[in-house]
Design a protein around this ligand. Structure first.
Ligand code: 26W
Length: 803
């Protein structure tokens, strides 16, 4: 089925007319976007339906990826592209006097996640569909996404992100598949007339879970999977109990807003409600769907795999037990066997403050039946573990400890597979964070290094590079990323090097124009574009980057005749609203930027751009233009990182500590094609163990560093109100938790190497080429293949059909 431009124009016009009852020529950008979006959705609806039917007719095993967060990005272009319609649509729109880029700006970028974890979930959705793996997402349809970030006088201000203000053309409300989720009240077990134990409830809060389904379109394979996001509503039959606005609040609030905390756990009741709401609705709908397969319940693990994305959805385990025990009347042993074989868990962080531990009393009050089940899981675990491993290990691994429910322990005990997201991260899980469990269940542990979808992050975000690759190595790499390595063969080809440099330059020019339009800052596209884009967190060390900028600024002021390689530092980062220190770092960077960008002595030598409201759409603009990828977390702290992969694939050279997936980057591209600095993870562990780190000593003994740090507190930077002191204090007087000062010197040295290399354009571009050519292993398609083979035991649908 190929769509001609002519047919598209005709159908689009009639689509528009049927929606708005006037000609498209009168339409606003929003209306035109809506019409085009719905047109595409109609176009794919047949594949969507057939994919669903196919899965049931062939009784295929399906994966359900449970995640509190998804960050899909805009979907218009990516759907059109995966369907193979992009060129036709572009041409048709042009003929009608419009452009796709313009309409696309009317699409909301759904910020239903905080950062890495949510974006990974969406890359996985894209890869699942593109590989034809039967896989669905399960999450929450937050009415408000992650706050919109604004800077006022350099301070972060948070505004509501009302992404549903205009309509969301991609979703379909599915009233046929609603579920009821129960909270609170009293529960007891009672024998029913058939002699089964049954759970009886009274005074519960009943919440209707309404699913909104969004198509997840595979790349040119006719597969359309499903992302199901749940919204909380008042049950129709209980409407009469809710006559005041206040009365409806406890229900409406459940799916109202995403928690803006990333890597920080707070025991908020509403968050626990959200988690259980999503989990219960999801598991109910899966088990209901399973009935269509007409198979015995013991076969559930042969047809269903549930993945727990960090501990946030770990209540899947007791919820599944609840349904199998109370509603399906299986024995504990039968129910446990099914649950355990069905569930698998990924850990995404080793930060202690991020690990979820719910107060037992809160859990008991909000989810009485679930708590009873957790208690029994815990008791059985303790009873079997203690005789073999003794009291110490048993106590350290128990689910219930010191008045809290340890969610990581629940997830590990109830899952057949536990994985980290990069080689080093998985090692740290096995040797440190989950060490005792590794002793108990070594066979459950495995690594799955993260990946990214090259469709969004290369094909669509970087058309210049994509054209060049197509021309040099053919188009096969688009279906089969490992073909990218063929590009290595052009390493010594002068013509290709020049063409690649040109592509990068044009991308930088485009970003420079955008920066000027947005912020009024004129940046030189010939400068090094040095990019750090990720959540703001002390362990990611944006302040180390800031110190280097400050150091460089002072150097420029003091040595006006020195020959500097021009540099533009680019930041994108949101701070959690309650994370004071992160907000202070933002303010310092913004004030420093203000000083530098307006200092006539500096000129082109140095510019600092801090984008407001960093998110998927901005990332798509920044990444193709990056020369340097800053991945400077304290070694051992960053589980994987994924911006590192996106930047590498777009030809940026990585400036990094040996942390997270930076290690795999080094393995693939080679140390000589990146800039490595700082303590290794082993050294960090040793330094912590020695307990003798003394940041003040470093401050006092390193002149360069002292000079730089002093500039935070001696009025060098105007506009600060104590934020410079706050950063100074934490680094010098409070012993620098993330060893910023310790790594400062080697960071500066690495930065000098960056400058030196950049003076040799061809050599730089050659390394950039090698980075692009070595980025194939980070395709999420490969990551998903490994999840599918090793953990979920699902096949690509075509394979399942044949077998
Ligand atoms: C409960 C509060 C909370 C919220 C989110 C705790 C922890 C999280 C996430 C696990 C934080 C997160 O996004 N982790 C990131 O996951 C990425 C995908 O695996 C990794 O690439 C990042 O290194 C990791 O920080």
């Amino acid at each position: 089925m190929t769509l001609t431009v002519k047919a598209f124009i005709k159908e689009f016009k009639s689509q528009f007319q049927s929606m708005y009852a006037y000609s498209y020529k009168e339409g606003s950008t929003e209306q035109l976007y809506n019409a085009l979006g719905l047109y595409i959705k109609n176009y794919l609806s047949r594949n969507w339906k057939e994919t669903k039917e196919d899965y049931v007719e062939n009784s295929v095993k399906q994966v359900y990826y449970f995640s509190m967060e998804f960050l899909p990005g805009r979907q218009l272009e990516s759907n059109a592209y995966n369907l193979g319609l992009l060129d036709t649509i572009k041409e048709g729109l042009n003929e009608m006097g419009m452009s796709l880029e313009e309409l696309e700006e009317a699409e909301a970028d759904p910020a239903l996640g905080n950062g890495g974890l949510g974006r990974l979930a969406s890359c996985f959705m894209d890869s699942l569909a593109s590989l034809g793996v039967p896989g669905n997402g399960n999450g929450i349809r937050y009415q408000y996404g992650l706050f919109k970030q604004k800077f006022v006088d350099g301070y972060q201000v948070e505004l509501p992100e009302n992404w549903l203000r205009y309509r969301n053309v991609w979703e379909t409300r599915n009233d046929k598949s609603t579920c009821m989720v129960k909270f609170g009240g009293n529960v007891w077990l009672e024998k029913n007339h058939l002699g089964y134990m049954e759970a009886k409830y009274e005074n519960t809060l009943n919440v209707l879970a309404v699913p909104y389904d969004t198509p997840m379109v595979g790349y040119r394979n006719n597969v359309v999977n499903n992302l199901r996001l749940w919204s909380a509503e008042i049950p129709v039959e209980e409407e009469e109990n809710y006559h005041t606005l206040e009365a409806t609040e406890p229900i409406k609030e459940i799916t109202q807003v995403l928690y803006p905390d990333d890597s920080n756990y707070e025991g908020r009741l509403l968050r626990l409600k959200q988690e259980y709401f999503m989990v219960s609705a999801g598991v109910q709908s899966i088990l209901r769907h399973y009935k269509k397969y007409n198979l015995p319940r013991k076969n559930i693990p042969d047809k269903v795999a549930i993945h727990i994305n960090d501990t946030h959805p770990a209540l899947v385990i007791p919820e599944m037990m609840r349904i199998l025990l109370d509603e399906e009347h299986l024995s504990w042993e039968q129910a446990w066997e099914i649950t355990f074989k069905t569930c698998s868990y990924t850990n995404h962080t080793i930060l202690r403050e991020a690990l979820e531990k719910w107060p037992i009393d809160m859990m008991k009050d909000l989810l009485p039946r679930i708590y009873m089940i957790i208690e029994e899981i815990n008791q059985r675990f303790v009873d079997t573990t203690a005789p073999i491993y003794g009291d110490r290990i048993t106590w350290q691994t128990a689910i219930l400890q010191n008045g809290v429910v340890n969610m990581a322990h629940l997830a590990v005990i109830g899952s057949h597979s536990i994985n980290g997201v990069a080689k080093l991260h998985t090692e740290i899980l096995m040797e440190d964070v989950l060490k005792d469990f590794f002793e108990l269940y070594p066979e459950r542990f495995n690594n799955k290094t993260n990946g990214i979808t090259q469709r969004r992050w290369m094909h669509l975000a970087n058309p210049g590079l994509t054209r060049l690759l197509d021309e040099k190595i053919g188009e096969e790499w688009k279906k089969n990323p490992s073909e990218l390595k063929v590009f290595k063969g052009f390493e010594q080809d002068e013509k290709t090097i020049k063409e690649l440099a040109k592509v990068k330059f044009e991308n930088k020019q485009r970003l420079a124009d955008y920066i000027e339009e947005l912020q009024g800052i004129k940046v030189n596209p010939k400068a090094i574009f040095d990019v750090q884009i990720k959540r703001l967190h002390a362990y990611k060390r944006q302040h180390l980057n800031m110190l280097h900028i400050l150091y460089r600024y002072l150097d420029i002021k003091e040595n006006p005749s020195k020959d500097f390689v021009p540099r533009v530092f680019i930041f994108g980062a949101k701070a959690a609203p309650s994370y004071m220190y992160a907000k202070q770092i933002i303010k310092v960077i913004n004030s420093l930027a203000e000083l530098i960008n307006n200092d006539p002595d500096v000129g082109d030598k140095l510019k600092v751009v801090f984008f407001e409201n960093y998110g998927v759409s901005l990332a798509e603009k920044i990444i193709p233009a990056a020369d340097i990828s800053e991945q400077i977390s304290l070694a051992s702290m960053e589980a994987s990182g994924t911006s590192n992969m996106k930047l590498m694939a777009n030809g940026a050279l990585t400036l990094a500590t040996l942390d997270g997936a930076n290690i795999e980057i080094k393995d693939f591209v080679g140390e000589e094609n990146m800039f490595i600095f700082g303590l290794s993870s082993k050294e960090v562990y040793e330094l912590k163990a020695a307990g003798n780190y003394n940041s003040k000593g470093i401050y006092e003994s390193n002149e360069k560093l002292r000079h730089t740090l002093d500039a935070l507190t001696n009025d060098t930077i105007p506009g600060l109100n104590g934020e410079g002191y706050a950063v100074f204090d934490s680094l010098v007087n409070y012993n620098d938790e993330y060893f910023v000062l310790k790594d400062f010197e080697s960071y500066i040295k690495a930065q000098e190497k960056v400058d030196a290399l950049y003076r040799n354009t061809d050599e730089w571009t050659r390394k950039s080429l090698l980075n692009i050519a070595s980025s194939a292993p980070f395709s999420a398609d490969y990551t998903i293949k490994r999840y599918a083979d090793d953990i979920w035991k699902v096949k690509q649908h075509s394979e399942q059909k044949d077998s």
